[in-house]
Design a protein around this ligand. Structure first.
Ligand code: NAD
Length: 344
């Protein structure tokens, strides 16, 4: 399959691209390479014969249109975004620009391309979004596709807006789009500003492990490789015009998650005291959502997908990956930008 991916040098995008190339697909890759994009994430695949990379901004409609028409993809999968909640609280400008205007530009370029296709049945547009568009849950219940949108952060609001644009193109133009609302992902190659890599990397330098508020906020963690499998299941079996929630029932509080990482590190790289002694509670983030939990029943029913990696296995693999990546450990700038953390 010929697949055009936006945001392919980021965390999820790079996992998607590597998996796709390993499985014989053709990849056309658009990434602006913001602070969050890193071509090293695609290191072994840079010169792959089935891989074309364009350093481009999705807001540049004519450039994107040229790439789309030149390569004539069967699937466009849209992952490019500003993705860090804390940054959106600092300043939402880039979130509005990329997540809303950029999605709009990409949709217009893709629609123009779609309209002139002879074989329209073969084309799909997959839009990656987040469960954060649904807001926050109390102690019980799960997000599903029927929930109203109630985004609480500028990041979530910008993603919600992009979802609504994608939905409107499907309803108005019969544009074959599918929206994917995923829970928090974890795994290798995630930017060091996010909770799991930040905890591992700070611990290795014996720095404080900052936790917002009392650390009782709960997130539902999805191993990034399970997410990539779900995206391929959606490409093959997802129904046009639908949205799919993805999660893998791995609910854990931020505090317990950080403690689990400390326990793994105590075994793999013992220090002279338990890493958990580095845990430090810091002022809570404004509007911090209490709990996310995502029900993937519809996705399972429509596509047969199920998560394959348990949280214990996935977390162990993730910690081991960061331990073996000295280069990343050297780059402490990014994670110190705000001095704090967020789990997504
Ligand atoms: P990321 O921040 O790691 O990567 C984003 C990528 O997009 C980077 O490579 C960046 O260079 C690129 N990019 C940003 N602005 C761009 C622009 N204007 N033009 C072209 N490229 C641009 O993000 P991620 O964690 O891989 O997330 C990918 C997608 O999945 C995003 O849409 C995000 O909202 C969504 N999502 C992520 C998670 C998660 O836990 N990581 C959960 C749910 C949904």
């Amino acid at each position: 399959m010929k697949i055009l991916v936006t945001g392919s040098a980021g965390f999820i995008g790079s996992h998607f691209v590597c998996y796709a190339l390993e499985n014989g697909h053709n990849i056309i890759n658009i990434d602006k390479l913001t602070y969050a994009g890193n071509l090293e994430n695609l290191e072994n695949y840079k010169n792959h014969p089935n891989h074309s990379f364009y350093q481009e901004d999705i807001c540049n409609r004519s450039a994107v249109e040229n790439i789309v028409f030149k390569h004539a993809p069967e699937v466009i999968i849209h992952m490019a975004a500003e993705s860090h909640v804390d940054r959106s609280i600092d300043c939402a400008d880039e979130f509005i620009r990329t997540n809303i205007n950029g999605t709009h530009a990409l949709l217009d370029a893709s629609l123009k391309y779609y309209k002139q296709l002879d074989n329209k049945h073969n084309f799909r547009f997959i839009h990656l979004s987040t469960d954060e568009v649904f807001g926050a849950l109390g102690p019980t219940g799960q997000f599903d596709e029927t929930m109203p949108y109630k985004p609480n952060s500028p990041y979530a609001a910008s993603k919600a807006s992009s979802d609504l644009l994608v939905r409107s193109y499907n309803k108005t133009y019969n544009f074959p789009a599918i929206i994917v609302n995923s829970s928090n992902n974890y795994g290798s190659k995630q930017h060091p500003e996010k909770l799991i890599p930040l905890t591992i990397l700070n611990a290795l330098e014996l720095k404080n492990l900052p936790i917002y508020g009392d650390g009782k906020q709960i997130r539902d963690w999805l191993f990034v490789e399970d997410h990539v499998n779900a995206l391929f299941a959606i490409i093959s079996h997802g129904k046009i015009g639908e949205s799919y929630c993805i999660g893998s029932d791995n609910e854990i509080s931020n505090l317990d998650l950080v403690r689990r990482i400390c326990e793994i590190l105590d075994k793999l790289r013992p220090a002279n005291k338990p890493y958990s002694e580095l845990i430090t509670f810091v002022k809570d983030r404004p509007g911090h959502d209490f709990r996310y939990a995502t029900n993937a029943s519809k996705l399972k029913e429509h596509t047969g997908w199920f998560p394959r990696v348990t949280f214990d296995e996935g977390l162990q693999k993730t910690v081991e990956w960061y331990l073996s990546n000295e280069k990343l450990r050297a780059n402490s700038n990014a994670r110190n930008r705000i001095g704090l953390i967020h789990e997504n």
